[in-house]
Design a protein around this ligand. Structure first.
Ligand code: AFP
Length: 317
């Protein structure tokens, strides 16, 4: 397998963006190997809540600390984490603003289900007033049986895997990055998928279009693949080459619960670069939505192009 370094060299990715991406990967690998794998889930909840009102788990805080620690060593002007009430200043004059969810799926991690991290990278020193289309990179890490990752720098979406066992003890420090391999350098989604990941299923009770769509998928013999973890659920679509993930809103909460800045915009970039589509329940392109405030949420339908477009047709009919 080609290494991620080989991919970056072939795509002429700038050295400072490479350095930032490897730092993010090491934050994920360190969290995965040194914290998550040994975590004592009896000691589960922190006594704080994040801005979105979620009860914050100590594991969320631990993940956040690992990412913030490594980002502070980089050319990063602004650090915007789902676990921080407001974005925090990084290095003055730093080239990049980084928005991330350090641990997505923390309500299922105690059941040892796959979880992940999600990152969006912008040039400049702000994220408010920006659109997802301004991201220069997006990353998603899956902490599952293995540590796999999906990355785009705007030249397609790659899938990769972390292979520490291939790391000889005497490897030179600068060669450590060679433990990150590329398993597919051009993830491509078919226009019609065979899998569906129906988030916020409770909405089907009040949204007739949703109940009808579910029945049609079942009748068509599509396969349900939903875990409650956005990262593995969308990672499944990347690895299988097609499918649809949705997290709709309802009349009471039209913008659903998934965060635009930390979750939806990075995944929309990754999915579009894989030939898919990512829109809101109104049919607006996720990457065209302006971030008005850090914890803004949006409904989201993403994945195989025709699957996404068919749903919007149903909602509007
Ligand atoms: P947690 O991080 O609180 O576990 O939430 C995970 C998540 O934001 C996203 O990963 C899932 O797709 C979604 O929530 C699942 O939401 P439901 O529990 O309402 O299905």
């Amino acid at each position: 397998m080609k290494t991620l370094q080989n991919y970056f060299d072939a795509k002429n990715v700038s050295p400072d963006l490479q350095k930032l991406i490897f730092s993010l990967l090491w934050a994920g690998a360190n969290f995965y190997e040194l914290t998550l794998f040994h975590y004592d889930f009896q000691n589960f909840y922190a006594d704080t809540t994040n801005k979105s009102g979620d009860r914050q788990l100590k594991i969320d805080v631990a993940a956040n600390d690992v990412f913030v620690g490594l980002l502070k060593e980089n050319d990063v002007s602004l650090i915007a984490s789902e676990e921080l009430a407001e974005p925090m200043k990084g290095k003055s004059g730093g080239k990049y603003a980084v928005a991330f969810d350090p641990l997505d799926g923390s309500s299922i991690v105690d059941a040892d289900m796959s979880v992940g991290s999600i990152v969006g990278v912008y040039e400049g020193d702000s994220v408010i007033g920006r659109k997802g289309s301004e991201q220069v990179a997006a990353l998603a890490f899956v902490y599952g049986p293995q540590f796999t990752f999906f990355i785009t720098v705007g030249q397609g979406t790659l899938a990769g895997v972390y292979r520490p066992e291939n790391y000889p003890d005497d490897i030179a420090e600068e060669k450590r990055h060679d433990q990150f391999y590329v398993s597919n350098e051009n993830v491509t989604l078919t226009e019609d998928g065979k899998y569906f990941a129906p988030g916020n299923l409770r909405a089907a009770a009040s949204e007739s279009w949703y109940m009808k769509t579910l029945q049609e998928w079942i009748k068509a013999g599509s396969t349900l693949r939903y875990s409650g973890g956005m990262v593995p659920d969308i990672g499944h679509i990347f690895i299988k080459g097609g499918g649809i993930f949705l997290y709709p809103g309802t009349a009471q909460k039209p913008d659903g619960k998934l965060r635009l800045l930390y979750e939806c915009a990075p995944f929309a970039f990754l999915v579009e670069q894989a030939g898919g589509k990512a829109i809101t329940q109104k049919g607006d392109r996720i990457l065209d939505i302006t971030v008005e405030f850090p914890h803004q949420t949006t409904s989201i339908f993403l994945g195989s192009k025709n699957d996404v477009e068919k749903i919007i047709g149903k909602i509007k009919s």
